[in-house]
Design a protein around this ligand. Structure first.
Ligand code: THU
Length: 132
């Protein structure tokens, strides 16, 4: 799966965004090394704190289907705003747990793009290593 294809998948996933409160639509697509794609969208809640971000939805979908970090090739996160949706702190922490630190993270809003890694987004992450 190339970068452009994965970003296109994320824009498709964004169509399922449920964002009646923010009207800020986010989509995510996660590719596995064997060519599968798992989708996520932001799913909001009247109790705002119960909202789930698009990238967490995609990671949880992949894990719920038995995928583990060794098989994850990349994740794309896209939004329809004026700026690129930079993953929130909670999502960065979840990425540090569920993805490899060198896993590519492609961000796009259709106008601007940025390619990062999980480690770029959360250096010095608190991980299971710290619990030993
Ligand atoms: N959101 C995401 O889904 N991913 C991000 O990377 C940034 C923020 C969502 C959460 C909420 O539904 C809306 O965008 C506004 O914060």
């Amino acid at each position: 799966m190339n970068r452009k294809e994965l970003i296109d998948h994320a824009f498709n996933a964004m169509k399922n965004s449920y964002a009646p409160y923010s009207q800020f639509h986010v989509g995510a697509a996660l590719a596995t090394t064997d060519g599968r794609v798992f989708y996520g969208a932001n799913i909001e809640n009247a109790s705002y704190g119960a909202t789930n971000c698009a990238e967490r939805s995609a990671m949880f979908s992949a894990y719920s289907n038995g995928v583990r970090k060794q098989e994850i090739q990349a994740i794309a996160i896209v939004a329809d705003g004026e700026t690129i949706a930079s993953p929130c702190g909670i999502c960065r922490q979840v990425m540090a747990e569920l993805l490899n630190e060198d896993t590519p993270v492609y961000l796009s809003n259709g106008k601007k793009e940025m390619d990062l890694t999980v480690k770029d987004l959360l250096p010095y992450a608190f991980t299971q290593e710290d619990l030993k």
